[in-house]
Design a protein around this ligand. Sequence first.
Ligand code: ADP
Ligand code: MG
Length: 780
Amino acid sequence: MPIVTIDKASQLSLPTELLARLGLRTGDAVSIEVQDDGLMLRKVVSPKPLSDSFSRNSNHIQSEETQTLKDTVARKNLETRMQFIKGVGPKLSELLSKRGINTVEDALYFLPLRYEDRREVRPIQALRPGFTEVFTGQVITSTSKTTKGGRGFFETLVGDESGTVVLKWFNSNATFMKRIWKTGRRGVFTGEVSQFGYQREVHHPDVEWLAEEQDVNKVLAGDPVNFGRIVPVYPLTEGLNQKVMRKVMREIVDLFTVSIQELIPKFILNPMRLPGLRDALRLLHLPPTDGMLDELNSGRTLAHQAISFDEFFFWELGLALKKRGTALEEGIPFQVTHCYTKQLVKLLPFELTGAQRRVLSEIKNDMMAPHPMHRLVQGDVGSGKTLVALMAALVAVENGYQVAIMAPTEILAEQHWHTIHSWCSKLGLETALITSGLKGKEKAAVLARIADGSAQIVIGTHAVIQEKVEFARLGLGVIDEQHRFGVLQRGILRKKGINPDILVMTATPIPRTLAMTLYGDLALSVIDELPPNRTPIRTQLLFENKRQQVYESIREEIGKGHQAYIIYPLVEETEKSDLKAAAQMAEHLNAEVFPDLRLGLLHGRMTPEEKETVMAAFKAREVDILVATTVIEVGIDVPNATLMVIEHAERFGLSQLHQLRGRVGRGVSSSRCILMTPGKLSEEGEKRLRVMTSTTDGFRIAEADLEIRGPGDFLGTRQSGLPDFRVASILRDGAILEQARQAAFDLLASDPELIQTGHVPLRKELLRRWGQRLELGAIG
Ligand code: ADP
Ligand code: MG
């Protein structure tokens, strides 16, 4: 990219390369037009006559070049490092960097946490408790004091003609404060007013000192950034203060909002009354005097919406483009021969549910198509996804292809392998299990069977996508419990074959908005029916004092020939926490509570073989009670287990509890789940656990969970594939997300490759922002 420099004599020199491309030669005249978003250079057309076609042609090239140049300059401006901004030295830029602000663009998107109404200066008498107010006054007294509890604080009394108010600071340096808060000093104060009995107080106010004889009104008028308006309050780190931040932000907004490109077509924004990005950002950093304080504070102004829309729009556009991309790729047109699938159905001791059949036919249609399948199967815990995956796998095998099935944990991979292997051996098919525990010769042997194609169905953890694993002919990749993996892993699995079909499965019912964001490029199937004869799980919330009763229940259930789980949140007791760790508790239960019963222990620090042994024993009913940590959370299937006790249930997320609870209620006998808590619960904690006792509907639980915890925690892992939106919130802006998705998919329907004139910059921006994340490289 050509760089234009300004030399010491303030001369602008254009590199020859650029001159050549613009068709400029030494001696040519160039007009410079200052526009609100950059400079427009135009060659002053010489009076020499030119042939018509040539002139049209060169004008065309010229305007496109100028546009590119303008865009480049704008981009470069936004990428300006903070230390080059007026008033920002190395020290300040380091502090800003701690808050993730490295460039001008970062700063523009660094939105205020809240806003303070400083439009009015109030007489002290009229200060309203509960509001952040601005007032002026004089220090009357200042003293350091101690509370009844022995906590030191500093207090001053400030007054004006109308009355007085107490200002307080906790944890302050008294000597330092005494020096500053001298009797007689006048200032402008800002802070939240609170009322204690008859006394109004302001804690940790902001102050702007006035010099002697200085007129308050002049001072206020002379500082339009901090007074006489609604002022932004930024989330800061230590060492940064609001005043400095406001000054810097104002500078940046004034100089750089013009460099922001307005790319989303007006015909999309206008019907929603959304402003462009420039206006939106400017408004949020420098709200107008008639701004709506409440809307600003709740993040619901049109300006907020516009920025969220922009972020969602580009993300959804990427998903739409990706979805279209795979729809165009050449895939494997499988034939459904029913050779193995029919046989399996005959072997099953039950009938497929209607939902399983419907989803299977959706999958088969995809598999028969000459383009790669990208389908998400969503089905609540216990809805029978494994079988659906196996049936799909058999279709691929019938066509002479291999299948890879990837599960998030070793235990789950092993369990899948057991289930699938037992069916497949009856069909005369070869399977292989590959986990990270596999070493040496054994591993080499498995890898060889995968590479020569003799292993037809390969099951494993993420070990399946390790570099060394090479498939002879991968036709289908299945990812179980997709939310545990990221988009990246999906991509790597895909590359293990030549455009194989991909099936992803999730038991975490994902709320619609989140699903649109995470899996918007996938087709969706829902298994919305549980196999028959399942009796609903009864869930109770019990406190510590009912422990004996809980132990009785366990005994009772085992007396009926059933089995039970007891779940603990941790493996080993840490010094700080009072959690009863699984290991210690298992010992205690074994020795003192259930000496006559058979206990097994399962936790994350055991080796794969150890875990395998315990699970096998539990499945074979050689163990009555399985004491475990959350390693059993996903997918474990032991229908004879009918009671689940979850200790410290308050420590788990709702979706996690739902998954855990899903380990029971898998057979014909009625099941119970007991959530134990130590007694005192926060209001939020109680609310959460009440969701569990009131419903077993995974979708309702997921919605509640998402609301309580937010998307990042909800998904559990950093690499969950959730894009890092700077402003947009999936929770708050669900409606905007839907609109953005619609707009993006509509736009792509009208211009599938984004090649129409106005859309090219959209495509460029899309690739810049999300290209890598969405693996859109090829589309550029
Ligand atoms: P999930 O959807 O949670 O992965 P699984 O695939 O583990 O559920 O299935 C749960 C249990 O239901 C398994 O024991 C499985 O054999 C059984 N199952 C699957 N489909 C049916 C069906 N159509 N009728 C009865 N039981 C079924
Ligand atoms: Mg499963």
